[in-house]
Design a protein around this ligand. Sequence first.
Ligand code: NAD
Length: 476
Amino acid sequence: MPFNQLYINGNWTDSKQSDFIEVENPTTLEIIESVPRGNSLDVDAAVNAAFDAFESWSETPVSKRIEFVQRALDYVKTHRDRIREIEIAELGAPHQWAEMAHVETPIKRIESFIEVAKNFSFETHLPSAVVRREAIGVIACITPWNYPLGQVVQKVIPAILCGNTVVLKPSQITPLSAYVLAEAFDVAGLPKGVFNLVTGKGAEVGNALATHPNVDMVSFTGSTEGGKEVGKLALDSVKKIALELGGKSACIVLESADYEQAVKGVLNSCFLNTGQTCSAWTRLLVPKKDLRTIEKLLVKTAQNFVVGDPKALSTQVGPLASLKQFEKVKSYIEKGIEEGATLLFGEVPSDYTSGYFVSPTIFTNVNNHMTIAQEEIFGPVLCVVPYETEAEAVSIANDTMYGLSGAIYGEASRSREVAKKIKTGSLTLNDGVRDILAPFGGYKQSGIGREGGHFGFEEFLEVKAIFDYDKQNSPS
Ligand code: NAD
C-alpha cells in the first residue's frame, strides 16, 4: 500500500503536487512515513469522482452496500496487528491500549453500523404522508489525530452504508491507519469513487473540501476552533454540517460516593490515551470537607500508572502525539502553577529528547475560573475543584463553554437526579459502561449533531416528505 499516494476514484494516485508531510513517531522522534500534502486540485479530482459515483451508489440496495462494507470489515479484522503497530508508531499509543481502543473499538463500531443498516427503516408512513430518508450526496469527512481509525469509521462507515459517497481527509499527524481502510475498500471491490482519501493540511485540503460546490455535507471532528472555521466555510453554500468538537468534562463526586472507585474512574478517563480524549473527565469536583482524603487517594492511585515505551505490554501512558501537543500541555502546566493552583502530582516536563512524554499531572485547589479549568489541555492533566454544596457542584460542572461528557459518582438515585441538571451530551454514573449504539456528541460549543448507532446513522440522511394524492385517496 503506497503511503506516498492518494486513493481517488478506485485508484492509488499521485498527488497533483510534489510536497509531502512527514509522519513522526512521537516516542523515537523518527520519521516513519511521508504522505502527500494534497491540494485543491486533488480535492477537485476526489470530489468529482465521489460526485460521479453517487447516483449509482445511492440506488444500490442497502443489502448490497452492507456486503461491501462487510468485506472491508473482514479485511480490517485480518490486519488487526498491523493497525495496532501503526497506532503505536504514529500516535504513541501503548500496546494494550492500542489494541483495545484503536483496533477493537473501531471494529465494533463498523459491526454496529452494519447492524443498524440491516434494521434501519428508510421510510416512515404518516396518516397522509410518506417520509423518506435519502442519501445526501458527497460527504467530506475531516478527522483528528487522537483516535485515528475510530474517528474515521464513525463517519465513513455510516455515510457509505446510507448511500453517500465520501472524501476523507484524516489528520496530517496520524494519517496511516486510514490507508488500511482505503486498502480494505479496494480489496472489497467497492465501486470506484464511493470512497476517496486525500491527505494534507486542514487549511489546504480541509478548506478546499468545506468550500467545494459538489460537497453536500461536511462532517468534522476536531477542535472547537477548527470546527468553527470549517462550519463558517461550509455554511457559505449551506452545506449540512456535523461538528464533533472539544470538551472539558466534569466528574462530580458526591458525598455518598465510594471515593476509591471514583478516583480510579476519573484517573483512567483523564490519563489513558495520554489524556488526548475529547470526552475525558478533566475536572474532578469533590466535597470540600473531604478534599484531603481524596487528594491522598489520587496520589496513591496516580503513582501506579506506568508511563513509558508504548511498545511495552505494561505501559499505560505513552508520549503525547506531537511536539505541538507537548508544548501546549507543558505551557498549561506552567500556567496552572502561575495561576496559583497547587501541583499535587507530576511536574513541569523538562525536555523531549526521548519522546514527547509528560507525566500524569494533578492540580488541586483549582478555581473553576482558572485557565486550566476552562480550556481543553488535551494531555494527562487533572484539575481538582472543591465544592461546598451539591447545587454548587452542578453550577461548576455547567460553567464551561463545552458540554461533551461527564460523570457522577454517588448514591444511585441522587446521581440520577444530579445527572438531569448537567448540560452535556453523555454522562456516566458510577462506572456505567458506554453502549456502542448510544449517541455521542456535544451540547454548547462541543458540537452540532451526534455520532454512533442509529442517531449517528441518521446524520448522513436527508428527510423527504411525500404527499401522494393517489395514495391519500385510495380505498384501502
Ligand atoms: P484540529 O481541529 O486541529 O484538526 C482536526 C482536523 O481538521 C484535522 O484533519 C485538521 O487537518 C483539520 N482542520 C483543522 N483546521 C481546519 C480548518 N480551518 N479547515 C479545514 N480543516 C481543518 O483538531 P486536532 O488537534 O486534530 O484534534 C484534537 C481535537 O479534536 C480536540 O479538541 C478534541 O477534543 C477534538 N475531538 C473531538 C471529538 C468528538 O467526538 N467530539 C473526538 C476526537 C477529538
